[in-house]
Write a protein of this length. Sequence first.
Length: 173
Amino acid sequence: MMLTYYPSGSAYDPSVRVLALPAHAVGDIGDVHAGDGLPAGAFDVAAANLIMAATPCDGPLFLPAIEQASRRTGRDIMLVRTGLFPETLSAVSVDVAFARAASPMIIPNLAFMRHVDQSLWLVPPLHGPFIEIRRDGLRLTTTAPFSDGDERCDGTSRAAAEIVRIVARGRLC
């Protein structure tokens, strides 16, 4: 699947360009979200009750910010960590803050996974919940979108290949 939609005017910012992957899954990304200590270039996806942001910085930087933003806005927060060379030299990971009544639930260090049915998922390295990225928002489940480690690896490799293509299109050759 080739993605051509980029959620930012800056075609040369690899971190923000990676947001094209989840933006394609949720549809219209809406307005730029400013404040709450999130990285510049965060996007409010009102229809999905979601704010998406990207950073080249490693964790735990911005973890308190995604919790605070989720608590203040009542929205789920997806923070994509790209490193400086997304999926070529730096593994892309995702931290999620799920909006909950008492306190947001933070799930760090997830990987993108493209299912064979073309749905987009966030999966943990070993054990934990799985998150489907859909037009109506993030869906948390305990049922894995794969049957074994090989299927998981195939799905994460498909997503990584998409990320490499998204970022490579921003470079001048």
